[in-house]
Every structure is written in C-alpha cells, then in structure tokens.
Design a protein around this ligand. Structure first.
Ligand code: AMP
Length: 307
C-alpha cells in the first residue's frame, strides 16, 4: 500500500524563547514522510527543491521508505525558506519570512507509478499545486486529506476553497478554522467547514490536543503532556503523517478508525517537538512509538460508574 504525499521541502530558521536553530531542513512533506513511513511504505513524495537542498537528507528519506521520483530539483534556484518565532507559550508563533523561491512556480508532474494511490496527503503547499495533484490521479483516491495554513488563506483563498471542496478530510489548527469561517466557536466553525466539502474535519490545538468532527460526532485526542517542548515546528505535519499512515496501513476510513488515527497522529507529534527540526522524527523507533501509544492509553483511560 502506497501513499502519495505532497508538500513543501524547505529550510527553516526557528527561534523559540529558549533557543535558536539556524538554517535547518524542514518542510511539510519532509515531516509527513518521516512520520508516515513508520506505518506505510512506499511514501511517494511530490515536491520541489533548489540546488541547496542536502543530498544526504534525500538519502535518509529514501532509506526510510520514501520514493523521490516526484521531487523536482531546480538547479539554479534556492529551496523554499521559512522562518518563525515562537511566543512564550510555545503554542503560537509569528512567521518572520516566507521565501517561496522554487515553490513560486511549481507545476508538479506525477510519475505514472503514483497515479493509482488510494491515499493522498496534501500537505501544506500552494492550493493550485494541491489541486493539480488531485487532477493527475487516474481515479478518485479512497481518501484525500488536506492540510493548509493561514498564509494560503491570505494569499490564495479562492483556490484554497476550491481544493477544500475536493477532499475528504481537512486538517487545520484552531486559529485557522476561525480565520477560514469567521466563527470564534470551534463547534460553529466545524459545522461551517463540514458544508464546504470535507466529511471529516480535524482541528489541531497544539498542546491542547486535537478534535475530530464528522456529522454530529466529535472526538477528542489529548496531546501528551511533556515536561519540555523544544521546537513545535512540524508537529502538525508529523501529526498528519501519523494520521494518514495509520489509515493507509489499515485501509479503513471509518469514523471509528479515524479516532485511532488521531491518537497515532498525536503520538507522532509528541516526538517531533522533542528536538529541533526533523531530527527526532527521523530517528524514532517502532518500540518508542508503541511505548508512547501505551502512555496515551494510560492518559485517557478511566472507569466511571454511571446511573
Ligand atoms: P507546522 O509547524 O506543522 O505548521 O509546519 C511547519 C513547516 O511548514 C515548516 O517546516 C515550514 O517549512 C513549512 N511551511 C511554513 N510555511 C509554509 C507555507 N506557506 N507553505 C508550505 N510550507 C510551509
């Protein structure tokens, strides 16, 4: 079972109240691929990089089960660059710089071997590119999940609304759900979003967990309380990788299984924040993931006598 993953591959420069990363490898697709590869392989990547993207990172991705045939390399341009600064709560951040560079004129061409994939994860990228990927699939995939961010709501809202209408699951954080709908209440925002096309909505709330909405059903997955959060960058993408990875592995897209998938997503995200950049997600082992899932079971397991 394969999964197609689309998204940015980038250099990030991250500042938190406790440290600074300098220029390190990041990007939505990079985080998603590392996380998803623990559950499903191959991870068929679609992205674009410049001459400066490190070849050893590509090699590591390959070793982790990623297929790179769908990654375009532009020899005379730089890779996408993003820089952000976290506030004291480590949950909210300001974007300082978004240099699209190669992302500015990306027209993805999906390799033939990708076009029958049943699971597609549209990670953070220009909505027009996300749409082009959907259009190049041979048949409608079993599940299309879309992640996006405030940046695209500001510069490409019309295109974003169009892609939203084409997918099964939308994944956004709470402030993005509010921005997209103009509703302060997350429940009201969710109701609106569920009329825009997706049948499922995941609202990520950083250290406060994630909510899954479907029809009139709501499910909540906590985030693991961690003593130290080093760098939250990529946590949302890592969450998405765990989420789609579990669904693609089990091939079950029921609401019940999506509940499990957001626990897998939360468990993967809890690793991501432990070190700067992709460092922790690329070294995590299956045993560590199982251990963390056990911690989640303990965290939410309780007996209650009703009636
Ligand atoms: P997250 O913390 O999960 O929201 O993801 C952070 C990652 O998204 C970073 O590694 C950035 O390189 C990448 N990113 C930031 N802004 C954008 C954007 N406008 N389009 C695509 N990727 C982005």
């Amino acid at each position: 079972m394969s999964v197609v993953v689309v998204g940015s591959m980038a250099f990030d420069d991250i500042e938190t109240p406790f440290g600074k990363s300098d220029k390190i490898v990041g990007g939505a697709a990079t985080y998603i691929a590392y996380a998803a590869s623990n559950f499903v392989q191959p991870v068929q990547l679609v992205s674009i990089v410049g001459y400066d993207f490190p070849t050893d990172e590509m090699e590591t991705l390959k070793q982790r089960g990623a297929v790179l045939e769908g990654i375009e390399m532009v020899p005379d341009k730089k890779s996408f660059f993003w820089s952000g600064r976290y506030h004291m709560d480590m949950n909210t951040r300001d974007t300082l710089i978004t240099d699209l560079n190669v992302l500015g004129d990306f027209n993805p061409v999906l390799p033939e071997s990708y076009r029958d994939a049943e699971f597609v994860m549209l990670g953070n990228l220009a909505p027009a590119v996300q749409k082009q990927v959907i259009q190049q699939m041979n048949k409608r995939p079993k599940l299309i999940v879309l992640d996006t961010m405030n940046f695209w709501m500001e510069v490409a809202l019309e295109g974003l609304l169009e892609v939203i209408s084409m997918v099964d699951v939308l994944m956004v954080n709470d402030s993005e759900a509010r921005q997209l709908t103009g509703e302060y209440s997350i429940v009201k925002a969710a109701k609106k979003i569920l009329t825009m096309g997706p049948k499922y909505l995941v609202v990520k709330k950083g250290e406060h967990g994630a909510l899954l909405f479907h029809g009139n059903n709501v499910f909540f997955a906590p985030a693991l309380p961690l003593e130290e959060v080093f760098d939250p960058t990529g946590a949302g993408d890592t969450f998405a990788g765990g989420f789609i990875g579990h669904l693609a592995k089990t091939k079950d897209i029921s609401f019940e299984n999506m509940k499990t998938a957001i626990i897998f997503g939360s468990a993967m995200a809890s690793f991501c924040v432990e070190k700067f950049g992709v460092q922790r997600v690329k070294e995590v082992t299956k045993t560590e993931i199982e251990g963390r899932l056990q911690e989640f079971v303990q965290l939410v397991n309780f007996d209650i006598a009703l009636g």
